[in-house]
Design a protein around this ligand. Sequence first.
Ligand code: SAM
Length: 388
Amino acid sequence: MANPCPNAKETPVLAKPNLDEITAANWFALSRRAVLTEPVIDEPFFPTIDLLQSRGQAQVAFHERAARVATEKFGRQVFLRGVVEVSNFCRENCAYCGMRRDNRTLARHRARLDQLAELLVHHRPDSITDVNIQAGEDPVVVREVVLPLIRILRRETSLGLSVCLGTLNRSLYHELKSSGASLYIIKFETACPEFYDKMEAPGTFAERIEHIRLLASTGWHVSSGFIAGLPGQTDAGLVANFALARELPLAGCSVSPFIPGDETPLANAPAADIDLTLNCMAALRLLRPQWIIPAVSALNLAEPGTGYRRGLRTGANLVTINLTPPDLREDYVLYKRDRFIMTEERILSAIEAEALAPSKQCLADYCRQKTTARARRAAVQVTAPMNR
Ligand code: SAM
């Protein structure tokens, strides 16, 4: 393999240890400067385009491998959250999204705070541990509805709180976090800057990535993601999504199949191939076994009736019940008016049919524990040499 850092000085090989003689009991006796010249860990997983396009037996084995890794990490548990879509106003103009600002055919609404608070405090399904508050990019709804709603939910419930509100400013991020939200969902959409521009995705690519890093560095758990099968996406572009996701400081990552949106410039383009999308899900699971990877509702648009359940068989560990009040839901149009709504009944029967069970652990708590464990490990690594 080519040296990725050609200018780095090579570490001199002082001794070649006999690997057969190293045991758990005597590993500390290895010279600290000794270099293990035989491979002792597997190459980290990274998908090839052939794997992402696999079908037949190779694909079955690939999906089973991803599902096995998910089970090893999470057992048969999947996190179960509710989502409320609180505004379809959007200042962005993404070519793929039905809520884009140029769509003048859409009646625009914001949710009422009292209606959402009543719903989530008193009438939410017992099974959910977390709520995600989602909207078009609409700072007005953030101030008027989202922030007070988060404060109410923090005071009245023990729900984990996620938000998916687009690219905002530092002070809004800070207010959202100090009010009680802890997970920010902000997708990079595509890893290719020129393609990002072409798709008119939010702001600029550089800004989106900067915000993902900013959120993570200011204490948010961040989940990102990309769209598979966007018209014009190249093989190299698809693979680049994994290279970018791997570099970002993420707690989770999603892949959504492209679904042509009504009243968008891509309305007549073909929808993403379900197999490609599921292969991307499997690859994300193998890339980062500990990630939160959702089964998105659009899987059932890409393959009606079976897409969602296949997603649950491909390493997903998060499902989402749509709790948006029906009057608002009708105009929250990412794709078509004819949405596939993931109700509590549909979700619970899908996970039961796949022999999965709702996790009792809150997603926000899982992320917090992971971060604490990582910080502890990092502290041990820093202090260990000092203790020698
Ligand atoms: N406005 C917020 C933002 O930009 O992060 C959040 C809401 S946005 C509508 C949610 C996500 O829907 C986007 O990040 C995008 O990945 C996805 N999406 C929108 N239109 C889509 C389409 N036609 N096919 C697949 N995914 C789409």
